[in-house]
Design a protein around this ligand. Structure first.
Ligand code: KG4
Ligand code: ZN
Length: 336
């Protein structure tokens, strides 16, 4: 059973081939980062046009890598939502046209399901049930995952997603788009405890989070520092990055532990772009080791958007007979 997966929900075109017996056979990715950098954010029209240019060459590259042809495909999975409407339409049209031509099923996959199942793509694989911490540029949620298709939202951000908070804070510190990874590199050179920022909703009784106030707190801090020091030196910028990352990581670690405690689950799976953050990984690993909990991460290359997670989620849906074949997109779509 060979599934072609297509991801085109935002600014990455990802294509992959997943075989139910042999695992991931090939995956290729084209990131549009450079295309959008000069605008300081994703321009939807440019994103759609670029997906159109990339999707066929990437599909050919995957087939060539795996030594397969279109005739070997059993099904085609694509990201049906949530995401940018025009960008989603590219993947939906391509997948449906190709599947129709080949006479095989098409499977619409929820982007977040792709992320939360992605840690199953590598060893060691977490067993169900587990708590998933989804931390991407568009979403921040804690989910109870009891099996394929059995997801319950435990808590989520009430405003900005964690990745969005990283990117917006990076922007106001003058870092290039997308600033999340750069902010976290600068944070490594920051002086611990030089500045302290608030931990929004850290002690709230629920599992919800809020990150937009943190960005405003950074803005206030930058103004204070500039008033005091005249300008934001490189070291001061690193110190602020450190304080920001420390605050956001503490909230994510504490809420994840609370979710594990409340559900009685012993496994945490981290997915989404912010899952690549080293400080978050160190914080979670440390907290888990002290409580005999296990934490699982997708390989770094599969943390951010990619086609492999969509091919895999599609294959799981096919295996569990959950395939949904419809030529629709869902730019807004709740997972549970
Ligand atoms: O999952 P993803 O590729 O796309 C969405 O579905 O949103 O996540 C992208 C987000 C961006 O906000 C990016 O800044 C953030 O993940 N990100 C990071 C790191 N690497 C990527 N944030 C903090 N530290 C990182 N190392
Ligand atoms: Zn994503």
């Amino acid at each position: 059973m060979l599934v072609l997966g297509i991801e085109s929900s935002c600014d990455e075109t990802g294509v992959a081939l997943y075989d139910l017996d042999k695992g991931l056979l090939a995956h290729h990715l084209h990131t549009q980062m450079a295309l959008h950098a000069e605008y300081g954010g994703v321009v939807p029209e440019l994103a759609s046009r670029d997906h159109i240019r990339r999707v066929l060459p990437l599909t050919r590259a995957c087939l060539a890598d795996a030594g397969k042809t279109l005739a070997d495909l059993s099904a085609i999975a694509f990201t049906q939502g949530p995401g940018l409407g025009g960008a989603l339409m590219v993947g939906a049209s391509f997948a449906n046209a190709l599947a129709f031509g080949l006479g095989i099923p098409v499977i619409g996959v929820h982007h977040l399901e792709g992320h939360l199942l992605s840690p199953l793509l590598s060893e060691p694989r977490p067993d169900f049930p587990f708590v998933a911490l989804l931390v991407s540029g568009g979403h921040t949620q804690l989910m109870a995952v009891r099996g394929v298709g059995d997801y319950q939202i435990l808590g989520e951000t009430l405003d900005d997603a964690a990745g969005e908070a990283f990117d917006k804070t990076a922007k106001l510190l003058g870092l290039d788009y997308p600033g999340g990874p750069m902010l976290s590199r600068l944070a490594e050179r920051g002086t611990p405890h030089r500045f302290t920022l608030p931990r929004p909703m850290l002690n709230s009784p629920d599992l919800d989070m809020s990150f937009s106030g943190l960005k405003t707190a950074v803005l206030t801090l930058v103004r204070q520092v500039e008033a005091e020091h005249g300008e934001l030196t490189e070291q001061l910028r690193c110190d602020i990055c450190h304080a920001f990352q420390e605050a956001i990581v503490e909230v994510l670690v504490k809420k994840s532990l609370k979710a594990l405690k409340e559900t009685g689950m012993k496994r945490l799976v981290v997915a989404g772009g912010v899952g690549a953050n080293k400080q978050l990984r160190a914080g979670l690993n440390d907290a888990a080791a002290r409580r005999r909990l296990e934490v699982f991460y997708p390989p770094l290359a599969l943390c951010t958007d990619n086609g492999a997670m969509i091919a895999f989620a599609g294959a799981m849906r096919l295996k569990h007979a959950h395939a949904a074949g419809a030529f629709t997109i869902k730019p807004r779509w709740d997972l549970s």
